[in-house]
Design a binder for this molecule. Structure first.
Ligand code: DOR
Length: 441
């Protein structure tokens, strides 16, 4: 058989674990797993010494298009993703205008086509105005599901009260993705920082109770309305204990920044560059996230890539916007955690490939198996590099991990058989297409 691409000589992460074997890709799909001659492919990729993972997926990014594209756009955002070893991104609806209608989803797909370096899907934002339409909107091609903000953050999207949260949960059947902070408590406590404060007050204002209260409300409403939810960027020990009791209806995402940084050190060192919602908290919470990760409570890792320019971030707190870049740094930061013994590579594949596929019902991604998309993240587990701002493709040009020495690096990103990144260089062209989802969901 003539393959379009043969990846040979590497260690391939099959569903059964790592195997020294080769993979053939034909027409964008995996067509053979086993010993192959490099010459049987129109293109050969020598993966000797490298580990070939199923393509890693980032199910939470903010790319700002349409709207404040001086921070990011779909091209620059997916460029960073490809350079960081990510094969597909799910993009958030808090753009300007917010993605709350069929026209807005279709506009994003039209803008993305021909300009994205990775595959993509878009969330539809929940609002009290579109609640009854969400069941239809969530099934549009290229839509990965509903995103609901229970606490206000960047942008205008908000579904704060139980009655409206319940309306959203009753509309449709796919898993609802949620930013869980209690907006009533946020507003009550806003006075703590409103007149100006040190950024280390951010986790005081948006405190543990703010997160726990919202997640408690969400879980009881999800149960009452028989709806599955996906709780994003969980930050507290208390929520992890709660979520462990609700695994039948709630999946859980954490972020590399919450697993890696801790208060108060991050605010002293990084100032508002560490400001995000929900906040980075003290080490006891970080430890609890690692415990939950290794106990299986956590289902996936996303970046919550939320770019703001350095100039915007330099405004005095709390006028400084919340959010960190991350789509490009997730893989090296997590590989470094593997090198330091905090999780296994098998678990990272579960969290960043199989996990998103299972949570969102992705069709044809999430494992190296015949008939699946020819998506691969090829990594060098031994490579020693330093993450720098210079490497960052985001229009904002910064990362909170600037200067971090890591062991482990993404060496190539392969999207449906196209090698879009190799050795820190982009290749070919922006081949990204809309992610497909299982039709019966
Ligand atoms: O810190 C954040 N930034 N949290 C969010 O929920 C939104 C994001 C953004 O879009 O800037």
């Amino acid at each position: 058989m003539g393959f379009d691409l043969v990846i040979h000589g590497g260690t391939v992460f099959t569903p059964g674990g790592p195997v020294a074997t080769d993979v053939g890709v034909k027409d964008g799909k995996i067509a053979a797993i086993g010993p192959l001659t490099p010459g049987s492919g129109a293109q050969a990729f020598d993966a000797t010494g490298l580990t070939v993972l199923p393509g890693l997926i980032d199910e939470q990014v903010h790319f700002r298009e349409p709207g404040p594209t001086h921070k990011e756009d779909l091209e620059s955002g997916t460029r960073g993703a490809a350079l960081g070893g990510i094969v597909a991104v799910f993009e958030m609806p808090n753009t300007d205008p917010a993605t709350t209608t069929e026209a807005a989803i279709n506009d994003k797909i039209a803008r993305a086509t021909g300009r994205c370096w990775t595959d993509f899907a878009f969330y539809v934002g929940a609002s009290p105005e579109n609640a009854e339409e969400l069941g239809t909107l969530e099934r549009l091609p290229g839509c990965c599901g509903v995103k609901m903000f229970m606490g206000s953050s960047t942008g205008t999207l908000l579904v704060a009260d139980d009655e409206n949260v319940a309306r959203v949960l009753r509309s449709g059947s796919r898993r609802v993705t949620v930013h869980s902070e209690d907006d009533f408590r946020l507003q009550e406590r806003a006075g703590m920082v409103a007149g100006g404060a040190d950024v280390s007050m951010h986790p005081e204002w948006r405190d543990v109770e703010t997160a726990v209260r919202s997640t408690q409300r969400l879980l009881s409403l999800a149960r009452a309305n028989h709806r599955r939810v996906h709780v994003l960027h969980v930050t507290t020990a208390e929520e992890m204990a709660l979520l462990a009791q609700h695994k039948d209806i709630a999946t859980v995402e954490v972020l590399p920044q919450h697993l890696t940084l801790a208060a108060p050190e991050c605010y002293q060192r990084l100032g508002t560059l560490a400001q995000m919602n929900p906040p980075i908290r003290e080490a006891r919470h970080r430890d609890a996230l690692w415990q939950a990760l290794n106990d299986g409570v956590i289902d996936c890792i996303g970046s919550d890539h939320a770019p703001h320019t350095l100039e915007e971030k330099a405004k005095p707190y709390p006028r400084s916007p919340s959010g960190l870049t991350g789509v490009q740094t997730t893989v090296p930061v997590m590989l470094n955690h593997i090198a330091e013994g905090r999780l296994t590579l098998q678990r990272l594949v579960d969290l960043m490939s199989a996990g998103p596929a299972r949570i969102f019902g992705i069709a044809g991604k999430g494992r190296v198996a015949l008939g699946y998309d020819g998506d691969f993240t090829v990594v060098d587990l031994k490579a020693k590099r330093t993450i720098t701002n210079k490497w960052i493709a985001s229009r904002t040009g910064w990362t909170a991990f600037d200067g971090m020495a890591v062991t482990g690096w993404p060496m190539a990103t392969i999207v449906r058989g196209h090698i879009v990144m190799r050795d820190d260089e982009l290749l070919e062209r922006p081949v990204g297409a809309a992610v497909r989802f299982q039709e019966t969901l």
